[in-house]
Design a protein around this ligand. Structure first.
Ligand SMILES: O=P(O)(O)OC[C@@]1(O)O[C@H](CO)[C@@H](O)[C@@H]1O
Length: 332
């Protein structure tokens, strides 16, 4: 089973415009959809759609519209009750593919909720092969909360003579930096280039002065930086590069896969689907190349769907994705 944790879930609203956004004006939308979201929730939605046994853990009231929508989609989920409503993040898509995303901070979690979440995560992790920690850490929780989860899950497994699950992390900013600076090593991180560069800077690694969003860097720059980040005790880094594909850096080798050509409709959640693709391939026993190919196939298929819709396995065919492998370039 793959357990996902979303500390700051969202009821994602996607608003499609059929004309460019006019700031400061009243504008009529062409259509709007609302889907349960937050990074870990999206990973569970994609895994469940691909037939993989998963459980999504999140804070939320049983009557919250987002939780009801998640259960209506039959996504296995367990919630820790809270009184505040789950936030609603908004995506505005314009013709030509420009996407604007507005993420709310999310309601603060109390120390009691934090303890209840920890207990639930530790208990369900006993049956997990992978534990996925994904998204932002909401107000009220310390930024090193992910490190605390990993520590408690591992010591519980140790006490009970069980194998601890492998840990995958899809976060950014302070929570990710705090986890890498902690005494806990993780098995996989999944940053995009911008998040990788930001993480590297926070670890004191010298990063070239390029805007990663402009894609004005080459894959070798990404790999050189990933190699240095790996030295902070990481098992592997899956770096998603949007329409360019993805890189998988491990201590022994570097793998690259180009993305198939698609007509992009919404990139929201595409990175989460890439992680789901990687994990489902790992669950079925694929090697690193197979995991990377499935990650790229899943990410591309998700980007070709509206909103944060997740693809089926048929839509995310990894058979056509070519992967190249090369030994890791070691830095001094
Ligand atoms: O604010 P966070 O927690 O960093 O990200 C939340 C979010 O942007 O991530 C998902 C897409 O990756 C969306 O479902 C959701 O709205």
């Amino acid at each position: 089973m793959i357990v996902t944790v979303t500390l700051n879930p969202s009821f994602d609203r996607t608003i499609d415009l059929d004309a460019p956004l006019e700031r400061g004006q009243v504008q009529r939308a062409a259509r709007a959809i609302q889907e349960p979201g937050g990074k870990g929730v999206n990973v569970s939605r994609a895994l469940h759609t691909a037939g993989v046994y998963t459980l999504a853990i999140l804070p939320g009231a049983a009557t919250d519209p987002m939780v009801l929508a998640l259960l209506a989609d039959r996504i296995p989920a367990e919630t820790v009750p809270v009184t505040a409503a789950i936030r609603s993040n908004t995506t505005i898509t314009e013709p030509g593919g420009t996407t604007t995303k507005l993420n709310e901070p999310g309601a603060a979690l109390s120390p009691e909720t934090a303890t209840a979440l920890l207990d639930l995560i530790v208990s369900r992790s006993a049956d997990a092969t992978w534990l996925v920690l994904a998204g932002s850490v909401p107000p009220g929780l310390p930024t090193d909360f992910y490190a605390r989860i990993v520590r408690e899950v591992r010591s519980a497994a140790d006490r009970n003579g069980l194998a601890a699950p492998r840990i995958a992390v899809d976060s950014s900013g302070e929570p990710l930096a705090a986890l890498l600076a902690s005494d806990q090593n993780v098995d996989l991180i999944k940053p995009n280039a911008e998040e990788l560069f930001e993480l590297a800077s926070s670890l004191g690694i010298v990063v070239p002065d390029i805007d990663p969003e402009s894609l004005g860097f080459d894959d070798d720059t990404v790999i050189t930086i990933a190699d240095q980040v790996l030295e902070h005790g990481l098992g592997a880094a899956l770096i998603t590069l949007g329409s360019r594909g993805a890189v998988l850096a491990t201590p022994t080798e570097v793998l690259r896969a180009a993305a198939p050509r698609i007509v992009a409709r919404s990139t929201v959640g595409a990175g989460d689907c890439s992680l789901a693709g990687f994990l489902l391939a790992s669950e079925r026993g694929d090697d690193a190349a197979g995991c990377l190919a499935q990650a790229v196939a899943h990410g591309a298929a998700a980007a070709s769907l509206p909103g944060s819709s997740v693809p089926t396995l048929e839509q995310a065919d990894s058979g056509t994705i070519a992967v190249t492998r090369s030994p890791r370039v070691l830095t001094e």
